[in-house]
Design a protein around this ligand. Structure first.
Ligand code: HEM
Length: 562
């Protein structure tokens, strides 16, 4: 703590971006920084020197001697206690996923007015700039682990808009490993350390992939060189889920976000990535930090794919447009450029600005809403739960998370919302737009059109056969075999290869041939491949009827009283 105003560090970190954009007018954070004995206090009158204080601003008498009685420390030495307690608690709990990461500040510029599609203020008006904080991360590894290891990368953007915080919490590739929320934790648990011996558990990794057919699209990305991009700066970002953009008339379209890296998308080979893990375990973090310190441009071009609700028919498309394990083909749903994401300022304090940042898919603003995607709905609820545990109930008041324009609460009491007071009104223009889903039965029935069929693998098949180069395919085979050989259970190996076989028999065969002394014949893979689309699925919950698909049509009956 400092008691000298000239020494007081600046306030809200995102606000600095606003100032640079000429937009700042309101600092909710007031800039307190718990600096832990490094502050200064005004000295005796006329003395302009700086003095060490405790966190309370009280001058500190001595920094080398604890209060003691005959050499035994006493409980009344509050300075000693405070110093140790601050040290002991100086780290909050880490994220249980995506814990290794770093980030930077900047802005999002709308380069094309999108108001015909969405009323979201940040996308209304060409040239409009919105301050952002972006955090990049490695999903599966621990906070201190090398950031070049194989893992999906997080790409999370916090926009501080006029209508509150808007978070896009995405990845460096467009699909995820599961679509049903109940399997969400298993994705992470199967790729993190085994609590029994604290070692990576490859049996669990491949057991999951072998028994969740829809995971194989993302698995192919994981084992391709996109599993180790050349740092945060050289990767694209994707929103992954399907979202709704709603305009002022209450009409909506479905969208998918793409942030295309202007530095060029580049990846390490697995050999190079392993080398970096030893040589410079913080390569991705350092690369971003240094580029920004040098003033190099670090930018992404924002593009969006748009689907009209009447196009969102799984039976016609051949895939569910609300299934996060699937992409939308670009030929049918072209990309529309609409913005530029610019990073130009490094954080001043890693703990406060990066570690305590709390992103959530539920942080949406008027004009942007959820689609009928089960996993998105679950993420909207559970990220806040994780953060309440990790950061405590007041995490939204931390500077990096605090919205400038928050107007909740009443009479300055931000915990109490009095709904019938003239001091706190609700805006009439922001109720979510109603939409109709396929049926009104609550059950465990799957609504994924491709489930249990070979269509599950269509997109992975195209990726493998048409999009990947020969070199990318060879790297994929080598990378996969290098890990699959560590699996000790041949049944898991066989079932995983059966998944690959459904994508393309050559894919499975190439990996099989790279396994040293496999304990099974390739014929065993062929034998079970027929059933692979249903692995891990309980028959009674699988879709069978016309209604068993995700539908997100505009409502056909009046919903709100006008
Ligand atoms: C289905 C299962 C998923 C589970 C159980 C899960 C769980 C979590 C949890 C617990 C966190 C830490 C939250 C915090 O403490 O702040 C997290 C962070 C994150 N998740 Fe997920 N997640 C899932 C799916 C996804 C998907 C589909 C995406 C991308 C589309 C994603 C992207 C991210 C990112 C980027 C972060 C890091 C945000 C940051 O930088 O702070 N996750 N996830």
């Amino acid at each position: 703590m400092t008691s000298k105003s000239s020494d007081n560090p600046s306030g809200h970190p995102i606000q600095a971006s606003e100032s640079s954009l000429g937009m700042a007018d309101n600092d909710p954070g007031a800039g307190q920084e718990a600096s832990f004995f490094s502050g200064h206090s005004l000295g005796p009158e006329g003395d302009d020197g700086t003095y060490i204080t405790n966190n309370n601003g009280t001058p500190y008498p001595d920094y080398a001697h604890s209060k003691n009685v005959g050499g035994v420390p006493v409980i009344s030495d509050t300075l000693l206690f405070e110093k140790w307690q601050t040290f002991n608690r100086s780290q909050t709990l880490g994220r249980v996923a995506h814990s290794a990461g770093s980030g930077a500040f900047g802005h999002f510029e709308c380069t094309k007015d999108m108001s015909s599609l969405t009323k979201a203020d940040l996308y209304n008006g060409k040239g409009k700039k919105t301050p952002v904080f972006v955090r990049f991360s490695a999903a599966f590894l621990g906070k201190e682990s090398p950031d070049q290891g194989r893992s999906p990368r997080g790409f999370a953007i916090k926009h501080d808009t006029k209508d509150g915080i808007y978070d896009i919490v995405g990845l460096n590739w467009p699909v995820f490993f599961c679509r049903d929320p109940v399997q969400g934790p298993d994705v992470f648990l199967s790729q993190q350390r085994n609590p029994k011996n604290f070692l990576p558990d490859y049996n669990a990794t491949f057991h999951f992939l072998a028994n969740v057919p829809e995971s194989n699209h993302a698995a192919m990305m994981l084992f391709s060189n996109h599993g180790h991009p050349k740092g945060w700066r050289k990767m694209n970002g994707y929103g992954c889920h399907t979202f709704k953009w709603v305009n002022k008339e209450g009409q909506f379209v479905y969208v998918k976000y793409h942030f295309i890296c202007d530095q060029g998308s580049e990846q390490f080979t697995w050999g190079q990535a392993k080398g970096k893990c030893g040589e410079d375990p913080d390569f991705s973090k350092r690369d971003l930090w240094e580029a920004i310190e040098k003033g190099e441009p670090v930018t992404w071009t924002a593009k969006v794919q748009v689907m009209k609700p009447e196009q969102a028919d799984a039976a016609k498309l051949g895939f569910d447009p609300f299934d996060v394990t699937k992409i939308w083909p670009r030929e049918e749903f072209p990309m529309h450029e609409f913005g530029k994401l610019v990073l130009d300022r490094n954080p001043k304090d890693y703990h406060h600005e990066v570690e305590q940042a709390a992103f959530s898919p539920s942080s949406m603003v008027p004009g942007i809403e959820e689609s009928p995607d089960m996993l998105l709905h679950a993420r909207m609820a559970f990220y806040r739960d994780a953060q309440l545990h990790r950061l405590g109930a007041n995490f939204h008041r931390t500077q990096v998370n605090c919205p400038f324009e928050s107007r909740f609460g009443c009479g300055g009491n931000t915990h109490y919302i009095f709904f019938n007071s003239s001091a706190s009104k609700c805006r009439p223009d922001i109720a979510e737009v109603p939409y109709q889903v396929s049926d009104n039965i609550v059950s465990r029935q799957s609504h994924y059109h491709t489930e249990g069929t070979r269509r599950e693998y269509d997109q992975a098949r195209v990726l493998y056969g048409r999009i990947m180069s020969d070199k990318a395919r060879t790297d994929l085979h080598d990378n996969t075999a290098a890990v699959l050989k560590l699996v000790t259970d041949p049944d898991i190996q066989t079932r995983y290869l059966a998944q690959c076989y459904c994508v393309n028999p050559e894919y499975a065969k190439a990996i099989y041939c790279l396994l040293p002394e496999p304990a099974f014949d390739f014929g065993g893979v062929e034998d079970i491949a027929e059933d692979a689309p249903s692995f891990g699925k309980e028959r009674k919950f699988m879709p069978f009827g016309e209604n068993h698909r995700l539908v997100g049509n505009p409502a056909t009956i009046p919903t709100y009283q006008m």
